[in-house]
Every structure is written in structure tokens, then in C-alpha cells.
Write a protein that binds this ligand. Structure first.
Ligand code: MGD
Ligand code: MGD
Ligand code: MO
Length: 782
């Protein structure tokens, strides 16, 4: 017999099945029509060999090899919790005294886990904030370029993250939905903070049944599900802005744009029009013929597309991936400009919004209510870097960094502390990161698993997983609030993030301020009650805490039928009464603010700027394949990579590389082979999978296979497992957004004839006092 406990993860609500003190499985949440397959990896992850059993310190750090030492190759020495707590208190105090509070970097970007109390980064930043402060980071890898741009253009980031025009409205009013980057179903498996129901596929299908036509503009046909019967327009990666400009050209040329909307609700159309028509400085008309050479989309197809958008009520959208590329600000700005020219913004079910296919909950009909919030953070240091500039931060102390009209002077980082995120998963150009990672004196990592970030730390603190503690799951994008019941005792000597930090706070003299003298249960009750109170005036009465906890969840009812939500409706109707939060109160097709920054890589209106890496760049002669690093269907980033769902998808234990059959044939490659993917920045092995739905010249690899350098600690070493971030470029999208530009990446692929060394990264690194297990290498193809 199993014991079962209500629980939640980013990939869904579930019942944890427990037997003999171990998690043995997970059963999908009853109210979820399509629980995520990822749940099958639950027990594998919790009881993985890769769990960190106790605290460790890097041998070289103990021997004084600190600033300037390459991390990742040393053995780890076991230490007691008491000892490590004392060392952490001393190190933090010493670093602050000698180098100031800004010398501690704890931006600590990452998804951590769904519970809002034991949220690792929140607790870490709360702890370091109380201790004097730390250098932080702003924005997210997901959409950093857009997060910086959109407030200038529409005065809000709701169009990217928040309550956007919902699927009920789209299904009812729109006839065509043009989707740049498709609506990738795999991405709806997850939502940060938990997804109560996976109804994103259902919502899209219903819209299809209601007569909505989908158009998928993407290098990959698989970005829309077959049931949506989408028309596919293949496009060269990184060129969407050119196609959008050409659509604008057709609209202007044929006088089919909405002059009324443009004059009432926007500013700067004249500048954009001059640029599009070739009347600006560059003298180039952004005609469909001009765009065809760039995008590969026939001029005639562009004209047809514009016709579709003008005779039908149209919704425009783009995946978040489009802006994780060189000059990723541009397609987002131009898509808004297109919707403005069509005059659809604010009309029921029409207009533009981003990310419908990027995460669960975008466009899901719901009432507007707050999410359950965790403990607060106060950071007395006001210094933050744009999130994806971590390597620059470590490499270039004292130098200036442009960001959104400011100049940030990069501090000299002596200590890095990370909890709930993995830069050796999420960052680009890992070989460059590895070198820069040698700059600090001390790197502390809290992790449940020996992930690549733990392996590159000096002080490793084993954290519990969510199943070893009680918590509450909640997200502003979701209608459910989940009780996460502790299912098992902590594995090994793992401890809760908050408890390890409370002990260091104790050694530094502020335990009570940090904990506010509440234990876990008191915090959960406090957080829940605060949320419950905030919902009351908004018309929702949640049950009392005890009932919620017994029940295992709270469901906020869907809005009533007929209450579809359309974003910007009030503004479009009465722009004077409901102005946007932009300098003009309107949609800014030309921004005086951005123009005033005088950035060559982000002018005052949307523009086509040739990417640094794309299929028509000179470098494509040597590296003729455009690599897209997409989100994995079988895990969440690096999380669950040790589980059976991820394992079943790999080829010879390597991450699959998707390649067009004709491109494979040209190279003498066959499905199932191990291949080497490389460029001047690095190389990795991968397993070859043929994908007829990919454009020729484009390859795709999911992110998240744990970085497994053949020689740990050595920059440039071959990644045996298939982490594509050894290949991607680490350059900000522009001086405005400084977002990651992972999608602008050229590579070459060849057959791997050497022996295929085993993937070793799912077992612990060398630990002192313990024998190292080594499997023999196998020859390729066996
Ligand atoms: N090339 C390329 N790179 C990308 C992207 C891309 O498209 N292409 N996408 C980017 C995007 S959008 C994102 S959001 C990032 C994601 O990057 P991350 O969010 O850093 O990736 P995760 O693997 O989710 O990292 C979370 C880590 O927290 C740990 N963890 C989980 N729960 C707990 C806990 O309770 N306590 C502690 N201490 N640790 C915990 C997990 O084990 C895991 O290692 O990747 C980015 N990287
Ligand atoms: N299962 C699962 N779901 C996830 C995640 C996960 O790890 N696992 N991660 C979550 C996170 S953190 C985020 S931020 C979101 C990200 O959500 P997205 O950014 O939407 O996800 P991606 O898979 O990177 O990209 C979607 C598609 O965009 C297409 N694409 C790439 N480049 C271009 C281009 O230049 N032009 C056009 N037109 N199309 C392009 C690719 O074919 C790709 O399949 O996903 C979330 N969902
Ligand atoms: Mo993300």
C-alpha cells in the first residue's frame, strides 16, 4: 500500500506516492485533464545517485587555491554542517569587511522549485540582504530583451508576462492567428510556481474548432501540433523583423493601414513609415522582395499573408525565443507596430501579445487575483546587472556596461553565492564562463543534486527537494494554489535552504530577524492568510488555512462565460482617459527615449539589423548550420535530467540533435549516430535524429543535458553529453536589453568516429574518502 501526499512542481500538481520512507511515484492531479509526463521522473530525481549527501568543500579551496583557480576539476572534501556554517559566516563577514557588500554576487538566477516559502533564491537574497546587501541581477533569461523594451513601447510588461487577451476571446473573435515561432505544445508542460491544469492544448484546439486558422512562421514545422492544421511558413532564424517590416511595407504601399488608430493611439508612425518606405537615411525600401533575400520567404507569400491579416480579424503573437537572439528587441517592437497598423489592438480577441506558446497559463482565462507571496527581501545595495551579463561582471571589474540608458560600473566580485539556479545550465558560451568563474575567491552553491553548478563550486550545501518539506505552490498565471505536503524525511544529510541560512544568520547574530521567529508551519499559515485577505476585496473568499491544507489545494473558479478578457480594450476605446504608461501615453512606434540613448544596436524605431550569426553571415561558410537551442520536452531545463523521461529520449545517452534528412545525407550521417557539433567556441557530442519538419540549414538541440566536459575544469573540453551552451554566443541582445542571444549561433556537424566515452555527470564527482566508479568507454555505434 502507498501513502499519498498532495504536492506540486513547476510541471504540475500531483499526489506523491510514498512507501517505506521513499517516494515511489507520482499520480497526476485529479482536476488536471492532461498531467505532464514529466511526473514519471519524480522518484528517479528524488532518489537519484546524483543527490548530494552532505556538505563538501573543494580540496583546492581548502589548500588556498581560490582567486584565479579554474573550478570544476578538484575533488571535494566532506565537512560537517557545524564546520561549514562557521566557515560561511567567517567568509561572508571577511568578504564584506575587506571588499564591501557589492563584492558579493547573489543575483542567483534560476527557477528553483515551485514552493513559495522554501524558494531558494528568495531565502538567499533575504539572508544576504539582512547581512548588509549584495550585487544582484534584474530580468530573466526568458525574455530580458523584451522586459527592457516593452515598457518604453506600451508602458507595461503585461503583454509579455501577465494577463493577456485570453483564449476564449481569441476563439470567439479572431479568424486568423499568426504565430512567429509557433505555439510549441511542449512548453505548456510547465509554469513557474506550478500549473494546476494543463489545458493549453485544449484551449488551442477549441479555438481551432471555432474556426481559427493558425499560421506558423518558424524554421520548425513542429512548433504547432498537427491538430491545429497550421499553415507553415518556413523562415530563416533571426530574420523575423525583416518579414514584419515587409508586411508593414505592403500595408503602407496599398494604403490598407488603420490611420484612425495610428493617429489616436500611437506616436512616431511617420518615422517608422519613412524607414520602411526607404525615405530614411539608409534609403532602402523594406519591400517583400527586399525581405525575401533575407528571410527566404517568397515576396508573394508575404503579400498573401498581409491580405489574410487585413480581410480577417487577426491575432498576432511571437514566441519568447525570438527575442533571445541578436537584436531580439526588434521583432517584438515591429510586431506591435504591425498590430497598430492593422488597428486591432484592444479589439475583442485581436491585437498582439507574446508567449501564448511559451509557458502554461498564457491566455488561460482567469480572474485577476494576486499569487501567494513568500517572505520579503530588502537589499541595501542598489547595484544590479542585467541578468545575462554574468560573465562580463566577473571578467571586467571596474568597466562600464551600457544598459537601458544607464551606465553600470561593474563591481569587483569576490564571492558568488547561488541557490536554486544553474549558470552552467542557463548561461551561454560555457567555456568563457568557466574562465571568468575563476575570478572570485569563494563560490557557494546550495543544490539538491551534483548539477554542473555544484561541481563548479567551492562550498557545496546539500538542499532538500520539495518532497522533503512542506510548502505552498502558487503563480500569478494559475488558478490553483497548492498545498505541498512533506512526503519523506530529508535524503542523506540534506537540509532546507532556509534552515541552513538561518544557522549562518545565527552565527552572524541575526537569526531572529531572518526567521521572524516563525517556523515552517507558521510561515505557511502567515503567507496563506495574507493572500486570503488580499483576495477578499477582489471578490474571492478562499477557505481558511486548515481546510486548504487538508484539501490539498484551492481552486479559483474560472471567470463566467461571456467575460472574455481583451488587453488594452479601455485604452483603445478612450486613449485620453486610459493612457498607457509611456512618455506620450500612447504606443510608441518611435521612442524619443530610446533614440536619445543613441545606441547603434537599438535605434528609436523598429529596424532590421543584420545579426552577428545567421545563415547569410560570412561565418556561415565554415559553420553552415544555424543551431536553435530549444526548451526540452522531457524535463525542465536541467531539472529531471536524471529521470527516466529524459533518459528515454536520448540517443546513446546523448542529447538528440535534430537535422534535416538532406543535410544529414550531405554529410554521410544517419539517424542514431553519435555526432560532434562544433564551432570556434566549443564542441559537444549529440545523438542524431532526423527531422523533416526543420528547414534545411537549421539544426535544433534542447537545452538541459548536464554539462559533462571530458576533462572537468579545462576550458574548451568536449562536452560528452550534449549541453548546447558550449556552442552559443555570450553577447547581449543590444545595449538596451542586454538579454541573452542564444538563438544566434552557427555550428558545423560531423560524424564522431572516436570512442564514445560514458556520460559521467549523473554520478557524483570525485569525493575524498570514496572510490570513484568509472565505466569503460565504448566504441561509437555500439
Ligand atoms: N542556449 C540556451 N540557453 C538557455 C535558454 C535557451 O533558450 N537557449 N533558455 C534560458 C531560459 S529561458 C532559462 S529560464 C534558463 C533556465 O535556467 P535555470 O533556471 O538556472 O535552470 P534549472 O535547471 O531550472 O535550474 C534550477 C536549479 O535549481 C535547483 N533547485 C531546484 N529546487 C531547489 C531547491 O529547493 N533548493 C535549491 N538550493 N536548489 C534547487 C535545481 O536542481 C536546478 O539545478 O536557461 C536559459 N538558458
Ligand atoms: N517542457 C518544458 N517547457 C518549458 C521549459 C522547459 O524547460 N521544458 N522552459 C520554460 C521557460 S523557462 C521558458 S522561458 C519558455 C520558453 O518558451 P519559448 O521561447 O517559446 O521556447 P523555445 O522552445 O525556446 O522556442 C519556441 C520555438 O521558437 C522557434 N524559433 C527559434 N528561433 C526562431 C526564430 O528566429 N524565428 C522564429 N520564427 N522562430 C524561432 C523554435 O523552432 C522553437 O521551437 O519555455 C518554458 N517551457
Ligand atoms: Mo525561461
Amino acid at each position: 500500500m502507498f501513502d499519498s501526499k498532495p504536492h506540486a512542481a513547476h510541471w504540475g500538481y500531483f499526489e506523491a506516492l510514498v512507501k517505506g520512507g521513499r517516494v515511489v511515484g507520482a499520480r497526476g492531479f485529479g482536476a488536471d485533464p492532461h498531467p505532464a509526463s514529466l511526473l514519471e521522473s519524480t522518484a528517479d530525481a528524488v532518489h537519484s545517485e546524483a543527490r548530494i549527501d552532505q556538505p563538501y568543500i573543494r580540496r583546492g579551496w581548502l589548500a588556498g587555491r581560490r582567486r584565479g583557480a579554474l573550478r570544476g576539476g578538484d575533488a571535494f572534501v566532506p565537512v560537517s554542517w557545524d564546520e561549514v556554517t562557521r566557515i560561511l559566516a567567517e567568509e561572508t563577514a571577511r568578504t564584506r569587511a575587506e571588499h564591501g557588500d557589492t563584492s558579493i554576487f547573489a543575483g542567483s538566477y534560476g527557477w528553483a522549485s515551485a514552493g513559495r516559502y522554501h524558494h531558494a533564491k528568495t531565502q538567499l537574497q533575504r539572508f544576504l540582504g539582512m547581512g548588509g546587501g549584495f550585487t544582484s541581477s534584474v530580468h530573466a533569461y526568458s525574455y530580458a530583451a523584451a522586459q527592457t523594451l516593452l515598457p518604453h513601447v506600451v508602458g507595461t510588461n503585461e503583454i509579455l508576462l501577465g494577463r493577456v487577451t485570453d483564449w476564449h476571446a481569441i476563439a470567439r473573435y479572431a479568424k486568423v492567428m499568426v504565430c512567429f515561432g509557433g505555439l510549441a505544445a511542449k512548453n505548456g508542460l510547465v509554469n513557474s510556481g506550478g500549473a494546476g491544469r494543463h489545458d493549453y492544448k485544449l484551449l488551442m484546439q477549441r479555438a481551432r474548432q471555432a474556426g481559427l486558422r493558425f499560421i506558423n512562421i518558424s524554421p520548425f514545422q513542429g512548433d504547432t501540433e498537427a491538430e491545429l492544421e497550421a499553415e507553415w511558413i518556413p523562415i530563416r532564424p533571426g530574420t523575423d523583423a525583416a518579414l514584419m517590416l515587409a508586411m508593414g511595407h505592403v500595408l503602407i504601399d496599398s494604403h490598407r493601414y488603420d490611420e484612425g488608430f495610428l493617429s489616436r493611439c500611437t506616436t512616431g508612425f511617420e518615422q517608422l513609415r519613412d524607414y520602411i518606405m526607404g525615405e530614411a537615411e539608409d534609403g532602402i525600401a523594406k519591400s517583400p522582395e527586399w525581405a525575401e533575400r533575407i528571410t527566404g520567404v517568397p515576396a508573394q507569400r508575404v503579400r498573401q499573408l498581409v491580405l489574410d491579416c487585413t480581410v480577417n480579424p487577426t491575432m498576432l503573437t511571437a514566441a519568447w525565443s525570438l527575442q533571445r537572439a541578436d537584436f531580439g528587441e526588434q521583432p517584438y517592437w515591429m510586431l506591435i507596430a504591425l498590430a497598430a497598423m492593422l488597428g486591432t489592438i484592444g479589439k475583442p480577441g485581436l491585437g498582439v501579445a507574446f508567449g501564448y506558446g511559451s509557458i502554461n497559463g498564457m491566455g488561460t482565462p482567469r480572474q485577476e487575483l494576486p499569487a501567494v507571496a513568500g517572505p520579503g527581501i530588502r537589499n541595501p545595495v542598489s547595484l544590479s546587472i542585467p541578468v545575462a551579463r554574468i560573465t562580463d561582471l566577473l571578467e571586467r571589474p571596474g568597466e562600464m556596461l551600457d544598459f537601458n540608458g544607464q551606465q553600470i560600473q561593474l563591481p569587483d566580485i569576490r564571492m558568488v553565492w547561488w541557490a536554486g539556479g544553474n549558470p552552467f545550465h542557463h548561461h551561454q558560451d560555457l567555456n568563457r564562463l568557466l574562465r571568468a568563474w575563476s575570478r572570485p575567491e569563494t563560490i557557494v552553491v546550495q543544490e539538491p543534486w551534483w548539477t554542473s553548478v555544484a561541481r563548479h563550486a567551492d562550498i557545496v550545501l546539500p538542499a532538500t527537494t520539495t518532497l522533503e518539506r512542506n510548502d505552498i505552490a502558487s503563480s500569478s498565471r494559475d488558478r490553483f494554489v497548492g498545498a505541498m505536503h512533506q512526503a519523506i524525511k530529508p535524503v542523506g544529510r540534506a537540509r532546507n535552504d532556509v534552515d541552513m541560512l538561518a544557522d549562518v544568520a545565527d552565527a552572524l547574530g541575526f537569526r531572529d530577524r531572518f526567521t521572524e521567529q516563525r517556523d515552517e508551519r507558521a510561515w505557511l499559515r502567515f503567507m496563506y492568510d495574507r493572500w486570503r485577505q488580499a483576495c477578499l476585496p477582489m471578490g474571492f473568499e478562499a477557505p481558511e488555512f486548515d481546510r486548504f491544507w487538508r484539501q490539498g489545494h484551492v481552486e479559483v473558479p474560472e471567470p463566467d462565460f461571456g467575460e472574455e478578457y481583451t488587453q488594452f480594450a479601455d485604452f483603445a476605446r478612450e486613449p485620453e482617459e486610459h493612457p498607457l504608461d509611456t512618455p506620450s501615453g500612447r504606443i510608441e512606434l518611435f521612442s524619443e527615449t530610446i533614440a536619445g540613448f543613441r545606441y547603434a544596436d537599438c535605434p528609436g524605431h523598429p529596424a532590421w539589423i543584420e545579426p552577428r550569426e545567421w545563415l547569410l553571415a560570412p561565418r556561415a561558410r565554415a559553420y553552415p548550420l544555424h543551431l536553435l537551442t530549444i526548451q526540452p520536452a522531457t524535463r525542465l531545463h536541467g531539472q529531471l535530467d536524471t529521470g527516466r523521461v529524459a533518459a528515454a529520449d536520448k540517443i546513446e545517452g546523448r542529447e538528440p540533435l535534430l537535422l534535416h534528412p538532406a543535410d544529414a545525407k550531405e554529410r554521410g550521417l544517419e539517424a542514431g549516430m553519435v555526432v560532434r557539433v562544433y564551432n570556434p567556441r566549443g564542441a559537444c557530442l549529440a545523438g542524431l535524429r532526423l527531422a523533416p519538419g526543420l528547414m534545411r540549414g537549421v539544426v535544433a538541440m534542447a537545452t538541459g543535458a548536464w554539462f559533462n566536459p571530458e576533462v572537468p575544469g579545462q576550458p574548451g573540453s568536449l562536452c560528452l553529453h550534449g549541453n548546447p551552451n558550449v556552442l552559443t554566443a555570450d553577447i547581449g541582445t543590444s545595449s538596451l536589453g542586454q538579454g541573452p542571444s542564444a538563438q544566434s549561433c552557427l555550428v558545423q556537424v560531423e560524424r564522431w568516429d572516436g570512442p564514445v566515452p560514458p556520460v559521467s555527470v549523473h554520478a557524483p564527482p570525485p569525493l575524498e574518502g570514496r572510490p570513484v566508479a568509472r565505466a569503460p568507454a565504448r566504441p561509437a555505434g555500439t
